[in-house]
Design a protein around this ligand. Structure first.
Ligand code: NA7
Length: 500
């Protein structure tokens, strides 16, 4: 049916109402950009935290860091907040920063096309067409569920659910449940559902490094201290930021200079030994790739859950999903009532970044361009050839620390470009190829420092790696990324046109 809804124009359209979209909108509004529309296909703010409601869902970065620096809370119930508190936080942010009039939920973007003559993006959505001078893609990397490519998946006669689309009306009590996957999500789901089910079979392809989590209730006293004792909140934030920095960016990107991986692995192996009683299960749960090749998990009862009589770890590969359950390569048929797919997300897949065709004026499709030329961006925010377009979570922008720091950095970068465009009354801004190349060569020059060069990473099946073997992280500390996002030369962009 032809779209007969009226065309609308906004100065800025943001795709995604998760924390990326919300944080960018707040930064833009603070800088005086008010004509903005945020579209999201969900039915509330918070992105991944709206979608992921599985039992045990919680942050795996301490809450002191997993929040905006300008909207810190002392209300978190634990040092690692459960998912429902993140959903509530997103709603509070919308309210406090007056974002509700800008948000349009239930709206899926089908495509975006740049028109050079008007220097505008034309965005087609499920709610009609909208045009924008500036288009910002704020889709998160963990939003497109990845269903396993296993024969017979549609034939299973019990209930099937992906963890990010949890079916709360399916009771697990007394059921035979199978969980496929042992990534960060399974690490949270498995201990939570094990006491409830009759039998839980966990199908593992690659074990995950699971480390103890400094997760504790904050309690009334703790929360009051954060609120009233001078300096406590700042110290908690600083300690948390240092912990996050040490456990990811430093460990991963500066591996050559801080070779802590081996020592950490020894400690992690000791932890597994202390947690898991059966030696064969312990061995099967011990990764053979270097810690850091893929995101390690933090949980205090995942490993010990395998001591339970009603939990089994299955390591034979899955041959097929059958109407009755799962058949593994050792010939065993595992009878199941419920199948949980903890199989992760399409992170760098062609149809995930972005989730819709995005076409420049000369007809180049962004996903195709990245597919053929490999990922390349300027600070993860801009891509040469795609004017007036920005990504909050673009390739080579994220250094693996708190996602909120990334959002604030990307938003600062975008605001800087748009403020300069406004000062010049420019209608067009595009990063120069030279600036992009310089950025990419500086980042790629650090590749040899990273843990990802460890040959054992080949066996990690890590979603960090693209099909080409690239790891599109920003190899940088968080302070360096923050500084560069705010101080890059404005001459790195070409500005043009003149607003009437
Ligand atoms: P992940 O970390 O991508 O984990 C997905 C898991 O599913 C992982 O163990 C995969 O095994 C497994 N998987 C995927 N497809 C299959 C098939 N076909 N057969 C068997 N096993 C399969 O996703 P999560 O949701 O756990 O975590 C995502 C992020 O959320 C996490 O990094 C945190 O930042 C929060 P594999 O390892 O590929 O062998």
């Amino acid at each position: 049916m032809p779209d007969t809804s009226p065309r609308r124009h906004h100065e800025i359209v943001i795709v995604g109402g998760g924390f990326s979209g919300l944080g960018t909108a707040i930064a833009l509004r603070k800088a005086g950009f008010d004509d903005l529309l945020i579209v999201d296909d969900g039915d509330g703010p918070g992105g991944t935290w709206q979608w992921n409601t599985y039992p045990g869902v919680a942050v795996d970065i301490p809450s002191f860091s997993y929040q905006f620096s300008f909207a810190q809370r002392s209300t978190w119930s634990r040092s690692y907040a459960p998912g429902r508190e993140l959903r509530a936080y997103a709603e509070q942010i919308v309210e406090e920063y007056g974002l509700a009039p800008h948000l349009q939920f239930g709206t899926r973007v089908h495509g975006a096309l740049f028109d050079a003559s008007s220097a505008r993006w034309s965005v087609s959505t499920s709610a009609g067409e909208v045009t924008a001078r500036w288009l910002i893609h704020a889709g998160g990397p963990l939003s497109q569920p990845k269903l396993p490519d296993i024969e017979g998946i549609d034939t299973f006669e019990g209930a099937t659910m992906h963890t990010s689309r949890w079916k709360h009306d399916v009771s697990l009590a007394g059921k035979r449940v199978g969980v496929i996957g042992t990534g960060a999500t399974a690490v949270q789901v498995v201990p939570e559902i094990a006491p409830e089910v009759d039998h839980l079979a966990v199908f593992q392809r690659t074990p995950i490094w699971c480390l103890p989590k400094p997760d504790f209730p904050l309690g009334r006293v703790g929360r009051a201290c954060l609120d009233t004792v001078p300096g406590v909140r700042q110290i908690a934030r600083l300690a948390s930021q240092a912990f996050v920095e040490a456990t990811f960016p430093v460990l991963a990107h500066f591996h050559k200079w801080v070779p802590a991986t081996a020592a950490l692995q020894v400690a992690a192996r000791r932890y597994i030994a202390a947690q898991v009683r059966d030696p064969a299960t312990r061995d099967a749960l011990t990764p053979t790739y270097a810690l850091g090749c893929k995101r390690p998990s933090f949980h205090n009862s995942y490993l010990s859950t395998f001591n339970r009589d009603n939990v089994s770890l299955q390591t034979a590969s899955i041959e097929a999903i059958t109407p009755g359950g799962i058949r593994t390569s050792d010939g065993v048929q595992h009878e199941l009532d419920v199948l949980v797919l903890a199989t992760g997300f399409k992170v760098t897949d062609r149809d995930a970044l972005p989730t819709y065709p995005l076409t420049s004026a000369d007809g180049t499709d962004l996903a195709e361009h990245w597919e053929t030329e490999r990922f390349h961006t300027y600070q993860g925010v801009a891509t040469a050839g795609f004017p007036n377009f920005f990504t909050v979570f673009g390739p080579y922008g994220y250094n693996g620390a708190s996602f909120f720091t990334l959002v604030e950095n990307s938003a600062a970068h975008i605001v800087r470009v748009l403020t300069e465009a406004r000062r010049r009354r420019a209608t067009f801004a595009e990063v120069t190829s030279a600036a992009q190349e310089q950025y990419m060569s500086a980042i790629l020059a650090r590749r040899s420092w990273q843990v990802f060069t460890d040959p054992t990473c080949a066996g990690a099946n890590s979603y960090y790696f693209t099909r080409n073997g690239d790891v599109p992280f920003r190899a940088s500390t968080t302070p360096e990324a923050a500084w560069r996002s705010r101080r890059f030369p404005l001459a790195d962009y070409a500005f043009g046109g003149r607003a009437g």
